[in-house]
Design a protein around this ligand. Structure first.
Ligand SMILES: Nc1ncnc2c1ncn2[C@@H]1O[C@H](COP(=O)(O)OP(=O)(O)OP(=O)(O)O)[C@@H](O)[C@H]1O
Ligand SMILES: [Mg+2]
Length: 488
């Protein structure tokens, strides 16, 4: 048995498939209105470390000892100092993952009488590449659970793909499923289609995403509200850390209220006095217009390149807490036409449920190459990446060969760097890539400049990138491989 874990920027959700059905593994303690376990960490010397609901509560009283949105900071390796103690973003992720896992195991035992589970599938934003996946995998591995063991991440699945699978399995459709997932830290979109094959019932068709989430709406709205409080109450809520924290919390609360009501009151405390102002949904939408527009542009491009406008065989589902904002549905309806049905599907737990379904069956979905991959080369003086596997190509990708020549006289070997990148062109800028590894091809004797060599590359449906560097003169070669989807 394996867990499915949606490790979110704001909330995390563990789930498992039991008797073919996905089940939530939130305990009564941390159920938190079913939103998930807050991905919040708190530390002070007197009270120690805390994660979840309790951390959130302590953090409201003592904002300098709390860390929120750590998932967004993981790729940057942000360092925190809490009450004089240093934590890295990965340490904090590790503690949050440990908490989710131990909650899940507690629930497995008390509700389902199952044994402790040390393996999981983790859902990730579509833009999480090798580096982010490796950091998460390591954070999970060092998260010591009750038995002293860490959590082994057996596989990853893109968040909107997980949600699409959960939806597809629940309503059992033969139609394409478009998922718009606006969470706390990232926006992700995917198009998934059921296949006629029992072996692999879903196939990913397309995906995209960007680093926009609910926290950005909070920040933009907070800036707007600061101006309103300044104008109407003559108080400056940007004055100190405490006021800024309270303002951000108030902005988030008002944002959520404005999903249900067209007007709301925002109250803050400043120098021991209470102040309040009234704001409308229109004001909120105007202050955050750019953010929603960016997500709609990404969605619109995906819709266009897949000819989805007016399609009768399309289900559009919204997941992620930020999809409660009425402007999301409005925007999607504008892109897809009023006739297309757009609806929410278990916005809090669809991703965890999809991850759990994938955890129970590795073959549930055929994924696409998450990024492009190639090796470095020189075009004149400029170092470039020569791509051989293009992102979004269905797996397994064809074996693509790229020819190179040695650069200087007397070379005894050639060193190729293997790069991950976002672009879909044959040549991409080296700066846009992330180096994954090196592969060296040696010659038996020094060779003249301009000696031809070639590299072949492909990405298998097991997620393994195979690289082969060949010396065509002798037929000798060197191979390397790396698991870029991170299956075991
Ligand atoms: N009713 C609502 N109206 C507007 N926003 C809401 C509402 N409910 C929740 N949110 C926002 O949704 C976000 C959390 O959503 P969710 O739990 O899906 O994110 P996450 O999974 O933690 O993040 P991510 O998937 O980006 O890593 C928060 O920014 C929260 O303020
Ligand atoms: Mg999410």
């Amino acid at each position: 048995m394996r867990l499915g874990i949606d490790f979110g920027t704001c909330y995390s959700f563990p789930a498992v498939v039991i008797n073919g059905e996905p089940r939530s593994l939130l305990s009564m303690k941390t159920n938190n209105g079913n939103r998930g376990i807050p991905s919040v960490f708190y530390f002070d010397r007197r009270n120690g470390e805390m994660v979840g609901v309790k951390a959130e509560a302590y953090g409201n009283r003592n904002p300098e000892c709390v860390v929120t949105n750590v998932k967004s900071e993981l790729p940057n390796g942000t360092e925190y100092e809490l009450d004089g103690v240093h934590y890295g973003a990965a340490d904090i992720c590790s503690r949050i993952i440990a908490k989710i896992t131990s909650e899940a195991n507690e629930q497995l035992e008390t509700e389902f009488r199952e044994h402790t589970v040390y393996e999981a599938v983790l859902s990730v934003p579509v833009r999480f590449g090798d580096k982010e996946r490796t950091l998460l995998r390591k954070a999970a591995e060092v998260s010591r659970l009750d038995g002293g063991a860490g959590l082994t991440i057996k596989n990853f699945i893109q968040e909107p793909v997980a949600a699409a699978i959960d939806y597809g399995e629940m309503i059992n459709t033969a139609d394409q499923v478009l998922v718009y997932d606006l969470g706390g830290g990232t926006f992700d979109v995917a198009l998934v289609i059921p296949t006629p094959f029992e072996e692999q019932p879903y196939r990913v068709v397309d995906f995209d995403g960007t680093e926009i989430g609910g926290k950005d709406f909070d920040e933009k709205f907070a800036v707007y509200l600061q101006g309103v409080f300044m104008r109407d109450c003559q108080i400056d809520l940007s004055r100190d850390a405490r006021s800024r924290h309270d303002l951000l919390m108030a902005a988030r609360k008002a944002k959520e209220e404005l999903s249900d009501d067209t007007r709301t009151d925002v109250e803050v405390q400043f120098d021991g006095l209470f102040y309040d102002v009234s704001v409308s949904r229109e004001e909120f939408e105007e202050a955050t217009h750019d953010l929603i527009t960016d997500t709609m542009e990404i969605t619109s491009k995906l819709v266009e390149r897949n000819n989805l406008v007016g399609s009768e065989h399309l289900h559009v589902v919204m997941v992620g807490g930020s999809s409660f904002m009425p402007q999301v549905k409005k925007g999607l309806q504008t892109i897809l036409g009023e006739e297309t049905k757009v609806h929410l599907h278990r916005p809090d737990k669809a991703i965890a449920f999809g991850a759990a379904r994938f955890a129970a069956n590795d073959n549930l979905v055929l994924q696409l190459a998450p990024f492009s991959y190639g090796t470095n080369t020189y075009a004149g003086d400029v170092e470039k990446i020569a791509n051989m596997v293009l992102s979004k190509t269905p797996l397994p990708t064809p074996v693509v060969k790229h020819e190179f020549e040695t650069l200087i006289d007397g070379q005894t070997s050639v060193l190729f760097g293997v790069y991950q990148n976002d672009g879909r062109d044959e040549y991409e800028d080296i700066d846009a890539g992330v180096k994954l590894m090196d592969i060296t091809l040696g010659f038996s004797a020094p060779v003249p400049r301009g000696t031809p060599v070639y590299v072949e590359m492909s990405l298998g449906d097991d997620g393994i990138l195979l690289i082969k560097a060949v010396d065509p003169a002798t037929g000798s070669y060197e191979t390397a491989s790396i698991n870029v989807v991170r299956m075991d």
